[in-house]
Design a protein around this ligand. Structure first.
Ligand SMILES: [Zn+2]
Length: 293
């Protein structure tokens, strides 16, 4: 079986995400975001480093505990805090220069566990940022100290982190798989059919609906493959393979996709070897013909 690492595969390191209300220690790692940027230092080959609490000037009460990976504890700069490069302490190590970088620097997963931590922290950052006010009564929310949640002190509304489930679909047709490219998005590489689960649907319903909407074909034998947390877009991705049922004629939804085409197994390129569930599914199809026969 083809064994490809995905961004969440950080073994032997262990991710521990139970919530604690604790203040940071000097050696704890601090994650600060600004829009789709993360505060970090880039080393050789794009290696990402985040500042330790002792390296930045910040009121420690403004840091929210996130999670641990092995002995490293990660904290988020509270979004209410006006934080920029000026808050970084005078650096003892001149090789470390922290500045805001596009979060795509985390896609290189160098080192893997730090980039996975950065992606997961970004998911939490987006949720804290977007829930400053209670959606029920409009008052300011507060950090709930019992579990990972925000609480409205006026009406008691408790708000839990938001995860958006979405499917990734590998539609196979004998020795071919359906590959797509999105219209009007920065990522230009090959992709598989993908889409958000709508309220009231099973994930399998989503698979059938998205394939029909985006390329106009029908599918059968839907089989679950695996999942991936994808904090860059607040997703939990659910991967499915399915087989073409009936005509292979593609009727493209041009609002969604620029290209959709049947690609032979042997034409799948090495570029699919990346940290995504999509790439892992492409490589699985390429290297495990017996599974699909
Ligand atoms: Zn409220």
């Amino acid at each position: 079986m083809y064994n490809q690492f995905m961004i969440q595969d950080i073994l032997p390191k262990k991710f521990k995400n139970e919530y604690k209300r604790v203040l940071p220690e000097p050696r704890d790692i601090v994650l600060a975001f600004r829009g789709r940027e993360v505060l970090c230092a880039l080393g050789d080959n794009g290696a990402v480093g985040f500042p330790r609490a002792e390296e930045i000037k910040i009121d420690k009460n403004k840091l929210i505990y996130l999670f641990e990976i092995d002995e490293d504890r990660f904290f988020l700069v509270n979004i209410d805090y006006s934080f920029d490069e000026q808050n970084i302490s005078e650096n003892k190590n001149p090789e470390k220069f922290y500045q805001y970088e596009d979060i795509r620097v985390l896609r290189k997963a160098n080192p893997g566990y730090l980039c996975y931590a950065g992606m997961t922290a970004y998911h939490l950052y987006m949720w804290y940022r977007d829930n400053k006010f209670c959606g029920r009564c409009g008052k300011n929310t507060e950090i709930y100290d019992v579990e990972r949640a925000l609480k409205c002190p006026v009406c008691g509304n408790i708000i839990y982190p938001k995860i958006a489930p979405a499917v990734i679909v590998g539609v196979t047709n004998g020795t071919k798989i359906l590959m797509t490219r999105y219209a009007g998005r920065p990522y230009k590489g090959n992709a598989l059919i993908a889409g958000f689960c709508e309220i009231g649907e099973t994930a399998e319903d989503t698979v059938r609906r998205e394939v029909l909407e985006e390329v106009g074909v029908r599918v059968k034998n839907i089989r679950y493959f695996g999942s991936q947390p994808w904090g860059f877009d607040s997703n939990l991705l659910l991967g499915y393979f399915c087989e073409l049922d009936g005509s292979d004629e593609i009727k493209l939804d041009k609002n969604e996709l620029a290209i959709a085409e049947w690609v032979e197994r042997h034409d799948i390129g090495e570029e699919a070897k990346n940290l995504s569930l999509t790439g892992t599914m492409m490589m699985y199809f390429k290297e495990n013909p017996a599974f699909f026969s």
